[in-house]
Design a protein around this ligand. Sequence first.
Ligand SMILES: Nc1ncnc2c1ncn2[C@@H]1O[C@H](COP(=O)(O)OP(=O)(O)OP(=O)(O)O)[C@@H](O)[C@H]1O
Ligand SMILES: [Mg+2]
Length: 579
Amino acid sequence: MVAGRQVWLFPLFVALALAATAAEAGGLGMLVVLLQLLLAGPNEVQSGGAVVDFVRSVTITLVGNSVMAIAFATVSLIMAKSLMMAAYQILSAHVNASVNDRFRRLAFRRLMEAEYGKLVRRDSGSFQNLITGESMRATEALGVVSQLLVNICSLIVFFIMLLLISWQLVVVMVLGTFAAYVVSTLFGGKARQAGQVVTNTHALLATRLESVLSGLRMVRIFGAEEREIQRFNAYSEALRQGFMRVQLLKAATGPISDTFYLCVFVGIVGVSSQIHLPLASVITFVLIVARLQPHVKDTHWCRVQLSGLGSAVDSMAEFLREFPGRGASAKGKRFEGLSDHIRFHHVAFSYGVDQEPTLSGISFTIQKKKTTAIVGGSGAGKSTLINLLLRLYEPSSGCISADEQPIDEFDVASWRARFALAGQDAELLDGTILENVCYGRPSASLQDAEAAAERAGILEFIRGLPCTWDTRVGGRGVRLSGGQRQRLGIARAMLREPDLLILDEATNSLDSLTEAEVQGAIEAMAGKTTLVVIAHKLSTVMSADQVIVLRGGKIEEQGTPRQLLKRAGHFRRLYGATG
Ligand SMILES: Nc1ncnc2c1ncn2[C@@H]1O[C@H](COP(=O)(O)OP(=O)(O)OP(=O)(O)O)[C@@H](O)[C@H]1O
Ligand SMILES: [Mg+2]
C-alpha cells in the first residue's frame, strides 16, 4: 500500500506511547507519595494500600526520603512524558506529510495512466477533489489511526494500575465508559453519513466551478451569471449545512462524555467510602482516572473522526481500484514503425454498452507515405475513427492491424510515439507558447520550434508578441484566437516529426489565405509522411491518394477523389454543397 515504507514507524509510535504513559504513571505515583510525606509531617506514614506502598518503597529506594528529591523526580518524569509526546507528534507529522505526498503522486500517476474512455466518463471536478482534498483527508485518517493506537496503549497501562488499586472502582468506571462508548458509536455512524454528504457536495461544487471557469465566455455571452451564481450558492449552502452537521456532531461528543465522567467520579467516591479504601489509594485512583479522561476522550474523538474520514479513505480506495495504473496492464512489444500499411478489419465501436454503434463495418487500408482523406457530415464518426487509431478507445469488434499485426499487441506508448495530431480544438495547456509547441518533443531546440511555427504560418505572430515565445497562452489557450490556437496545434504536431500525421479539421478556423499557406506546408509533407486528413472543405482533400466517405458510422464510398467525383454518390453531394 501507499503507506508501505512508513509502516515500520508504527512500533516506534507504540514504544514511545508506552514509555510516555509509564513516565506519566510514575510521575502520578510519586505525586501521591509526596502528598503522603507532606501530610504525615514528622509522623510515621500510614499504609496507602498495596499499590501506593509499592510505589513508595520503589521511590524511596531510587530517590531517597527527601521531599525535594521526590518533587524533583516527579517533575522530571512528567517533563520526560511531555518530551516523548512531542517526539511522537513530530514523527507522526512526518509520516502524515510523506504518506500524503505519496498518495497525491500515486493518484496523479494513476490518472495519467488511466484508460481514456474511463476518464472521459467521470467529471474532471471529482478527480480534482480527489487529488487535492480527499487524498489529504485519507492521510489524516492514517494519523488518526496512529493516535488511536497511542491512546489505546496508554489506556491499557492505566487500566492495569487501576485494577491493582481496586477492582470494585474499576467496575464503576467501566460501566460509565461503556455507556459513553454506546452513545459515541451512535454519533460515529451519523458523522460518517454527514462526512459522505460533504464529500459528494464538494465534488459537485468543484465540477461546476471548473466547467463555469472553462466556459466563462459562454456564461457572459448568454447572460447566465445570475443563474450560475444561484446554482453555485445552492451548492455552497448545502456544503455549509453538511459541514455544520459534522461539526455539531463533533461538538456534541465533548459535553456528553463529560457528563458520563462526572457520574463516574460520583460513583467512585460513593463506592470507595463503602469499601473503606485508604485515602492515598482513592487519591491515586482519582488522579489516574483524571489522566485517563483525556485519553478516553481522545479515543472517542479518533473514532468519530475516523468515521468522518472513512468516506475519504473509501473514495481513495475505490479510485485506486478503478484505476489500477499501467503496471497491471503493461504489455506488448515495441512498435518500431510502419513498414507498409494500417488496416481496419470490420471495425465496429460504440461509446457505451447501451449506446447505438457509432461506427460499424469499417474496413479500409491506410498506405504508408500516402494521404488518406476521411470525409463525411458532422457526427458521421470521423473523429471517433481517429480515437480508435490512436488507441484512446478499443474497437467493440473487428480489429485494426499494422503490417498485419493487431495494434493492441504493441505497447501503447511506442505506438502513439509515431503519431501526431492537430485537431478541431487545439487543446493547449496553460504555459508559454514555446512549452506548448514543444509539448510533443520537449527536447526540440528553439530553431526547430521556429521552423515548425514558420510552416504552420504562426512564426510572424509569435515574434510580434511582447514576450515572443515566452508569452503565456492561459488555460486552454484562452488568450489566443481560434485560428492562432489551431496554427500552434499544427506547429506542435509538425515539430514532433511523426511517421503518421493526423489532421482533424486542423485548418477549419483559418482564413482562406492563411489556410492556403498552411495547406502548402502540409502538401509538402505528402509523400514523406503518412497523412490522415479530415476536412469539411472538400477542395482540401482533392490531392489525397484515397478518400473514405463516412455516413452514419459506415463507409459509404471509397476511392480516389477523381473516381468518387465521377460517381453521383455522397462524396459528390458533399462536394457540391461545400466545395
Ligand atoms: N465521448 C463520447 N461519448 C459518447 N458519444 C460520443 C463521444 N464522442 C462522440 N460521440 C458521439 O459519436 C458520434 C460521432 O462523433 P465524432 O466526433 O466521431 O463525429 P465527427 O464525424 O468527427 O463529427 P464532426 O465533423 O462534427 O467533428 C456523434 O454522434 C457523437 O455524439
Ligand atoms: Mg470530429
